[in-house]
Design a protein around this ligand. Structure first.
Ligand code: ADP
Ligand code: ZN
Length: 537
């Protein structure tokens, strides 16, 4: 122990080794433990797998040992409460939880243990914590000096900007109002600047010390590829070539797509299972258990799969659809490589993803301010997808972290060739403008046909071969035009509207039309020969 170590540091280390069997704290854990054990407040931002639990468990044990009573842990995850309480009791720490899974009698027993001050940690769901009855019990504990601290896990749930807003969390500001002298620690793995400010304000943590760990997961290699006409073939090739026989998760947006993809992978000889919230609870549990126990299973899932899944040797996470925003992307890809060994986060991304995500926001019932926030978040994700420089630098800078090119993402490993698409963008925009002048609007397919001068029934019917933009883009492939359009939509110059995704110019398109904005695109990927023929075709 260095001479400058604070007085409680060796107590904390003793707890760490006696109770948890670890020899050293990781990252900022020691500082966080000290802050809270000594009665201060803390806001902890630490990526999943970083070791947040110890940050409140060790102070709770230390404070209980000093006769300060029970620590209350707020958590929305029942499964996690079970696991943690089980593990703590196993390690000789008296812990319990109160949630809807207990019978009345069991709950009464837990309450008695709590009120006696014998419990070290009590886990409770937020909705229980803020009931008058429970608050009354906390008052009584406090009067007797037996309310040692509060830990608020998954603190981003308090923010509308987070991906998992829970209105019960808003009530938790009560804890500070009613028990201002009781130390609080709030923890989350999800916090961009906006969410972070929200957490501080809503939980009244203005005086808390903020601990921000690096969000970098250096063993994860980020790969984002352009969607071709058969994204699932792209996925299959990725799984076969890079991850044969390894465990992975494939995220899809819809339940239907989950089932179809899982079935198709199976027919291609991949050991895949579906998982989504529409499946029978029993089946879901069985699939989850198999994924955790067996080697080399691929789980095809909606985002319903993942919260609280701790499988260390997931070698890849693949996205067939765009996630909602960067936080979601980070969380989902973060399930790969928890063991620290090399892992890959792979995504295939295309025009339809941009259109769909934008539309989901537009059509949601939320108010305009909220939608604006969501659009901003989507834009940040699209910028990550379109980026031609280091993905990790972009990702980390989103979380407020500076870094240098990582050498372990697609763009670092194979710097993409780019081309100046400014002229192409202007052609595309003026073509939409010509339609507009005739009081018409069309979707991507027809637009590209006109640009490439491809005669179809529709171009004939509308006399579009007379347009000044007819055939001005014959030099580019359809794939290249789709990429130009995708970027223009991603940048907000064009919107795809209505049931048929017809294209409309946005105000900002003017600057591009005038040639005031440069549009640079990555060179479309060369068509590689398919490794084998698709079945049945
Ligand atoms: P989080 O809640 O941040 O996702 P956990 O608290 O579940 O992370 O911890 C992740 C894993 O790391 C757990 O298996 C935990 O036991 C382990 N761990 C945490 N801190 C340490 C440490 N100081 N030394 C060794 N292992 C640790
Ligand atoms: Zn990189």
């Amino acid at each position: 122990m260095p001479p400058s170590a604070p007085p409680h540091a060796d107590d904390a280390l003793r707890v760490l080794s006696d109770v948890f069997g670890y020899t050293a704290f990781r990252g900022q854990q020691a500082d966080i433990v000290e802050q809270v054990a000594d009665g201060g407040d803390a806001l902890v931002l630490m990526p999943t797998g970083g070791g947040k639990s110890l940050c409140y468990q060790v102070p709770a044990i230390l404070r209980h040992g000093r006769g300060q009573g029970v620590a209350i842990v707020v958590s929305p995850l029942i499964a996690l409460m079970h696991d943690q309480v089980g593990a703590l009791e196993e390690a000789g720490v008296h812990a319990a939880f109160l949630n809807s899974s207990l019978t009345g009698e069991e709950a009464s027993r837990v309450e008695r243990e709590m009120m006696s001050g014998r419990l070290t940690l009590l886990y409770a769901a937020p909705e229980r914590l803020t009931t008058p009855r429970f608050l009354g019990q906390l008052e009584s504990l406090r009067e007797r000096g037996l309310l040692s601290m509060f830990a608020i896990d998954e603190a981003h749930c308090v923010s509308q900007w987070g991906h998992d807003f829970r209105s019960e969390y808003l009530q938790l500001s009560l804890l500070h109002e009613r028990f201002p002298e009781v130390p609080r620690i709030a923890l989350t793995a999800t916090a961009d600047e906006l969410t972070r400010r929200d957490i501080i304000e809503r939980l009244q943590l203005q005086d808390a010390r903020v601990f921000i760990s690096s969000f970098d997961r250096p063993n994860i290699r980020y790969l984002i590829v352009e969607k071709n006409s058969s994204p699932r073939e792209q996925l299959l090739r990725f799984v076969r070539d890079e991850h044969e026989g390894e465990a992975g998760v494939v995220y899809c947006q819809s339940r239907k797509k989950v089932e179809e993809t899982a079935e198709w992978l199976q027919s291609e000889g991949i050991n895949a299972l579906p998982y989504h919230a529409g499946l029978d609870a029993d089946l879901r549990r069985r699939h989850q258990d198999r994924f955790l126990r067996e080697d080399g299973l691929v789980m095809v899932a909606t985002i319903a799969f993942g919260m609280g899944i701790d499988k260390p040797d997931v070698r890849f996470v693949a996205h067939l659809d765009l996630p909602k925003n960067i936080e979601a992307y980070y969380q989902e890809t973060g399930r790969a490589g928890r063991d620290g060994a090399p892992a890959e986060a792979w995504m295939t991304y295309g025009l339809a993803d941009v259109v769909n995500q934008r539309r989901m926001i537009d059509e949601s019932p939320a108010d305009e301010v909220f939608k604006q926030g969501q659009r901003g978040k989507l834009d940040a994700l699209l910028a990550l997808c379109e980026a031609t420089d280091c993905r990790r630098v972009r990702l980390l800078s989103y979380f407020g972290e500076m870094s240098t090119a990582c050498g372990n993402c697609d763009n670092c490993l194979n710097p993409p060739a780019t081309w100046d698409a400014t002229e192409a963008a202007r052609k595309l925009l003026s073509c939409i403008y010509r339609f507009h002048q005739r009081g018409q609007s069309f979707g991507a397919g027809h637009l590209i046909d006109v640009l490439r001068g491809k005669v179809t029934d529709k171009t004939r019917q509308h006399g579009h071969d007379k347009l000044s933009t007819w055939g001005v883009g014959a030099d580019l492939s359809e794939q290249q035009w789709r990429a130009v359009l995708r970027q223009l939509i991603a940048l907000g110059h064009v919107a795809a509207e209505g049931e048929f995704n017809t294209l409309a110019l946005q105000d900002s398109a003017r600057a591009v039309l005038k040639g005031e904005v440069e549009v640079r695109l990555r060179e479309a990927e060369e068509k590689k020969p398919r490794s084998r023929m698709a079945r049945g075709s």
